[in-house]
Design a protein around this ligand. Structure first.
Ligand code: LLP
Length: 419
């Protein structure tokens, strides 16, 4: 199968769409998504869970465009939400409430009540005080709530410090000993249906080692609870499976690590009658989207060569925030030489870059480049910094392309202010 993003006669295509020709018709920068890549990622995840009691959920934080959510819903995935806003979006696009899980360290009373009213798969509690609030609300409303506790396993995920979540220095989850006590307490509360254990150790994890540690932890903890009479019926394994931010155009390179990691993770945990829940964000949508940007200027100082492009940190903050690497490629592959460039945007910050010290062809002003693997945590983290409107998102399905997010205008932004 031809990969969703590929070169044909030296031109970059998204499915059957010539991206160079398309870029000349629309405003840049923009995000563009491949429906087939998105579906393919969902299909791979579903296949890994065959024969298991399996609920893969999509972590909506990665990208909450309703059109993409609808495709993901149609592929049978549930939704992992971390705010009342995400819960409302999930319901609006028709996710089955029974397939929605809700975690987050700072849920408000209103968010907990909304989740209770909706009757979701599970509310994942992250602290002793939240536990008390949920128990109080359930009693007051005389409504049973299905819960899991998010346990902090103190496992090293070997990823960037900002997206590592499973160590005791992180704000997430409840340490094992304290969680054990809360489970025993919950089992005695008639308004709490204690059903699951939840963990999530981090994001963009590219090897199976940390997941093996996580699955061992879950297995042992579930056993211990069961022995004490706590009825654990599901394990929510979190997300965190990474994607390949390098070499996306080599045919033998995978775009995600779903196949490399997921079987190992699930294998370690399957047991009769136990439902396995996942919360994958990046692995679902990351490889399905790219950011297309136009070169505005080339600029040289005694020490550096810059490609100044119209996309910036307000569109894709990952390089600035996590020193993240995204492959950058020209839309027209017709260059014979390369130079070392910093690819920078127009935003007034030295930290505004899409790549540093990157060997790239000398793409001239007016020509385009693509920042690859930008489907997750790209537009979702976008801002209006420097009064730059949020950019359009397009979806490609074969030869067809349609707008799925209309570019904001300065008027839109201005009109949102009270004057
Ligand atoms: N479940 C929980 C509880 C999470 O905190 C996260 C991500 C996920 C699932 C989904 O993780 P994924 O499968 O996408 O790795 N903005 C950062 C990533 C932040 C991830 C936060 N939590 C980035 O651009 O790398």
């Amino acid at each position: 199968m031809t990969p969703a993003f590929h070169y044909k006669n030296g031109r970059l295509y998204c499915e059957a769409l010539d991206l160079h020709a398309f870029s000349r018709e629309v405003e840049t920068p923009f995000y563009i998504f491949s429906k087939s890549e998105l579906e393919n990622n969902c299909r791979q995840i579903n296949e890994m869970g065959k024969g298991l009691s399996f609920l893969p959920c999509y972590a909506m934080k990665a990208n909450y465009n309703p059109t993409l959510l609808t495709i993901i819903r149609d592929m049978g995935l549930g939704a992992d939400v971390v705010s009342g806003g995400e819960l409302q979006f999930a319901l609006k696009v028709g996710f089955d409430p029974q397939k929605i899980v809700f975690a987050g360290v700072g849920k408000t009373k209103e968010e907990i009540e909304l989740a209770m009213k909706t009757g979701i798969h599970s509310l994942n509690i992250e602290s002793a005080q939240e536990f008390e609030l949920v128990a109080d609300l359930a009693g007051t409303h005389r409504q049973k709530v299905r819960i899991a506790l998010r346990v902090n396993p103190d496992i090293e995920a070997h990823t960037h410090a900002y997206i590592s979540t499973g160590k005791h220095i992180n704000k997430f989850g409840i340490p094992e000993r304290e969680a054990e006590k809360l489970y025993l307490k919950a089992a005695e509360n008639p308004w709490l249906e204690v059903a699951g254990i939840h963990i999530h150790i981090g994001s963009q994890i590219t090897t199976s080692g940390p997941f093996e540690d996580a699955s061992k932890f879950m297995r042992e903890f579930a056993e211990r609870l069961k022995k004490q009479g706590v009825p654990i019926t599901f394990l929510d394994l979190g997300g965190g499976i990474g994607i390949n931010y390098h070499n996306n155009f080599k045919k033998d390179e995978p775009t995600t690590y779903i196949k490399d990691i997921l079987p190992v993770y699930l294998e370690g945990l399957k047991s009769p009658g136990m439902e396995l829940v996942l919360e994958l964000g990046r692995a679902v949508v990351g490889s399905a989207g790219i950011l297309v940007s136009k070169v505005l200027y080339q600029k040289e100082t005694p020490q550096k060569k810059f490609l100044i492009v119209d996309g910036a940190m307000n569109n894709l903050i990952r390089p600035s925030l996590y020193q993240a690497y995204h492959e950058i490629v020209p839309l027209m592959d017709r260059y014979k030489s390369s130079q070392v460039y910093d690819v920078v945007g127009p935003v007034c910050e030295t930290g505004d870059f899409l790549a540093r010290e990157r060997s790239l062809p000398p793409i001239p002003a007016g020509e385009y480049l693509a920042v690859v693997g930008a489907g997750a945590y790209g537009q979702a983290l976008a801002s209006n910094y420097n009064l730059r409107p949020r950019i359009a998102e397009y979806l490609v399905d074969g030869e067809e392309v349609r707008t799925i997010f209309k570019q904001e205008t300065i008027e839109d932004i201005f009109n949102r202010f009270e004057r």
